[in-house]
Design a protein around this ligand. Structure first.
Ligand code: DAU
Length: 354
């Protein structure tokens, strides 16, 4: 594969208007000033037009957004015109609670979509395919278990995790069967700017700022391993450029924290009382603990996180304070109607030649 730093490197990023995808595009355009990015995003509920507009403003001559779904077989024509050197797949249904209510969209995007995108990328010839995945494919740890490595068995618990594991298996199968250039990253829980306020950290910040109750599932002692989204995006860019084909790379800062401690840390930062906390019914099949070893990416590719957890959380709380319009509009039901009426046609504008 052509290196991302080479002139005219062409990268398709899917799901680029979502949380991790949008942070990746910002970082990638800045880090590789000669690269071009085609963002394929279907603008589901978790994508915000304001995020899309922010990306539009970064490097208009090297970036464009086309509305589309990774499960669409017609995407091949778009890829043929763009001629990518790489495809980085962020497009996914990501919320565990939603997958428990209805797994069908998760199968459609996280399994059928990945398989379709793999096939279409392969038809383009020598295209590197990076599948952005999750530690949830490994399942849950007990408190004293060692952390998961890349060779740990896949034992996903939720419909979301089962669909992500399946997407990973399709990607690995494409490498083994067809020799397709595939790399996979599996990351721990991310936090940072532009995260949809259905996830723990932004939900707690937003509820606290609005003096709304903060739901804690079960006893709140479940443990998640946290990484700032920009450190995750740096890892993805590194794996894209230097990862070995057919390999999986875990990404983690080894920052394991109980949910209750995260919530307390946020309440303290925004100066709100713990009386906002409500213990609610536990998530069905709730994984007790996630924890990943990132020894492989640290030792073979030289990645390490730059932001400490505390610093990252400070910055994240500050971002949500400064950008309350962004998350308030996402939480406003009337916004959905506005979005359909005003934004949906605009993003369907024709692609432009890059
Ligand atoms: O581990 C990586 C995964 O992290 C990603 O693959 C998923 O896409 C992402 O959604 C996230 O999954 P989690 O289920 O761990 O994230 P969530 O923010 O939904 O929940 C974090 C923890 O907080 C989890 O133990 C459930 C708990 N929780 C969550 C919410 C939204 C609460 O106690 N109350 C809440 O209101």
């Amino acid at each position: 594969m052509k290196a991302p730093k080479e002139n005219g490197f062409r990268c398709v990023v899917t799901g680029g208007c979502g949380f991790i995808g949008s942070n990746f595009i910002s970082l990638f355009l800045a880090e590789y000033p000669l690269a071009k990015v085609l963002n394929l995003d279907s603008m589901t509920y978790a994508a915000h037009p304001q995020t899309a507009r922010h990306l539009d403003s970064l490097a208009p001559e090297r970036y464009q957004h086309v509305r589309g779904d990774i499960a669409d077989p017609q995407l091949g024509e778009l890829l043929s015109r763009f001629k990518p050197d790489a495809v980085v797949n962020f497009a996914a249904e990501t919320h565990v609670d939603k997958s428990i209510l209805d797994p069908s969209a998760f199968v459609q995007t996280n399994v059928a979509g990945v398989q379709n995108l793999l096939t279409l990328a392969r038809k383009q010839g020598n295209v590197r395919f990076l599948q952005v995945s999750t530690d949830e494919v490994y399942g849950s740890l007990n408190p004293d278990d060692p952390t998961f490595t890349e060779s740990s068995p896949l034992t996903p618990s939720s419909p979301y995790a089962a669909a992500k594991a399946s997407g990973d298996l399709f990607a690995l199968a494409a490498h083994h069967t067809f020799g397709q250039d595939v790399v996979i990253t599996r990351c721990t829980n991310n936090f940072g700017p532009y995260q949809y306020p259905e996830k723990l950290i932004p939900l707690v910040i937003a509820n606290a700022l609005e003096d709304k109750p903060i739901p804690i599932y079960g006893d709140g002692q479940q443990v998640r391993d946290w990484l700032h989204v920009v450190d995750h995006c740096r890892a993805i860019a590194l794996v894209l450029a230097t990862g070995k084909s057919g390999e999986v790379y875990n990404v983690s800062a080894s920052e394991e924290h109980a949910n209750l401690n995260i919530v307390r840390g946020i309440l303290e930062r925004v100066g709100k009382p713990e009386s906002l906390i409500r213990y609610v019914k536990d998530r069905p099949g709730h994984d007790r603990r996630y924890g990943l070893s990132a020894a492989k990416i640290r030792h073979t590719l030289g990645w390490s996180p730059k932001l400490s957890f505390e610093e990252g959380l400070d910055q994240t709380v500050e971002w949500y304070l400064q950008n309350s319009g962004w998350w308030r509009s996402l939480r406003d039901e009337a916004y959905a109607a506005y979005y359909q009426a005003n934004y949906a046609p605009k993003v369907q504008e024709q692609e432009k030649p890059l």
